[in-house]
Ligand binder design. Structure first.
Ligand code: TTP
Ligand code: MG
Length: 365
């Protein structure tokens, strides 16, 4: 049933879009280089004939047929798909295209929130009278991106950000999935729990041990037991499994975090080498943060040991900063407290998040 526009607003219902570009980096590369059309394409570290040590940033759907995935070692991608076209990332190009897409999408939304380089949430409640009009609008946005940028996007439409995000991933590429308020439970029920935001591999494994495989299983699990096992996160997971999410679409910085990482030429347990690399990463991250006029509050250090076991540790400072010494001090503390001294390290990474625009900050005070 289509609700009347006024009634729809009276009921305090929302219509939220989540837009996510399809295989973003490789899609942009294919657009720029017509000669690679139809080929399997992988953007990431140099594969060096299978001896490369970095990771895959993304791959197109042709390469994914061979099992290639984002974050996988490039050497593994080479084994799975040696015939692919391997390209280094061209960040300035992706950032420019991303910016154009965000400008294009923003004009359709009452409230707009960029979420990562190729994703955004749009609150269109005030722009449409109901779900049927929402569908027309979503098709229009997809068509305009196709026409102006030559790229495909997938859009999920739902009563909140959580459902919209799961929906955009449901039929990729070039998808459009609409989940009305009354369809949320049926839609989420059969999906694997990892489709929910924030449910990582470790949590997924723990849930599996409890016999919880699908979002429906999680929704039916006793929330008190979840809280005793997972703390606040347990309650959060319960609410998410029921499709409840009251968070608003918030205008904020386009960049949600700044990160850099280094894969060592050879795995190393030499702490001098490791800490020097961390200092260099601090400088790279800080430069990018300052270039974007950002302040940060949270510092995250990633350590990947030989064999790919990966640990991340974070610390949130009590203040916003963009000073190199705050970053270096915090990053060094985190690494010092968490590095297993006798183990060889393959990669270290640095990220800063909880970003706020320094410019906006100045106008506020
Ligand atoms: P995603 O939207 O997660 O992936 P995607 O757009 O390549 O593919 P999909 O069709 O499934 O949406 O990420 C957007 C871009 O961010 C991606 O093109 C490359 C980059 N990225 C990385 O560099 N490393 C990563 O591990 C991931 C997941 C993404
Ligand atoms: Mg994407």
């Amino acid at each position: 049933m289509q609700l009347e526009p006024t009634r729809f607003h009276e009921l305090n219902m929302r219509i939220i879009f989540h837009l996510d570009m399809d295989h973003f980096y490789t899609a942009v590369e294919e657009r720029e280089r017509t000669e690679i059309k139809g080929a399997a394409v992988i953007v990431g570290a140099d594969p060096k004939e299978g001896k490369g040590r970095g990771v895959v940033s993304t791959s197109n759907y042709e390469a994914r047929k061979s099992g290639v995935r984002s974050g996988m070692p490039i050497s593994m991608a080479w084994r799975l798909c040696p015939r692919a076209v391997y390209l280094p990332p061209n960040f300035p190009l992706y950032i420019r295209v991303s910016g154009e897409i965000m400008v294009l999408a923003r004009k359709y939304a009452g409230k707009f929130e960029q979420w990562g380089i190729d994703e955004a949430f749009l609150d269109v409640t005030d722009k449409v009278g109901g779900w049927a009009e929402a569908e027309v609008l979503a098709r229009q946005i997809k068509a305009e991106i196709k026409e102006k940028e030559g790229l495909t996007a997938s859009i999920g439409v739902g009563p909140n950000k959580l459902v919209a995000k799961v929906a955009s991933d449901f039929q990729k590429p070039d998808g459009l999935t609409i989940v009305k308020e009354e369809e949320v439970e049926k839609f989420l029920d059969p999906l694997p729990v990892r489709k929910l935001l924030w449910v990582g591999r470790k949590t997924e494994a723990k849930l599996k041990e409890l016999g919880v495989n699908t979002i429906g299983d999680l929704a039916r699990y006793d929330p008190t037991s979840l809280t005793s096992m997972f703390g606040v996160m347990g309650l959060q997971m319960h609410l998410m499994a029921k499709g409840i999410d009251k968070s608003g679409v918030e205008e904020r910085m386009g960049v949600k975090s700044v990160s850099h990482e280094t894969t060592f030429e050879e795995d190393t347990a030499d702490s001098t080498v490791i800490f020097q690399a961390l200092d260099a990463l601090c400088e790279d991250v800080l430069k990018e943060t300052v270039d974007h006029h950002l302040l940060f509050k949270t510092v995250i250090v990633k350590i990947r040991y030989q064999g790919f076991e990966t640990h991340t540790r974070s610390k949130t400072l009590p203040f916003l900063t963009n000073r190199l010494r705050d970053l270096q001090k915090t990053a060094n503390e985190l690494l010092f407290a968490n590095l297993c001294k006798d183990r060889k390290v393959r990669l270290i990474g640095m990220r800063v998040s909880s970003l706020v625009s320094g410019e906006k900050q100045r106008t506020l005070v």
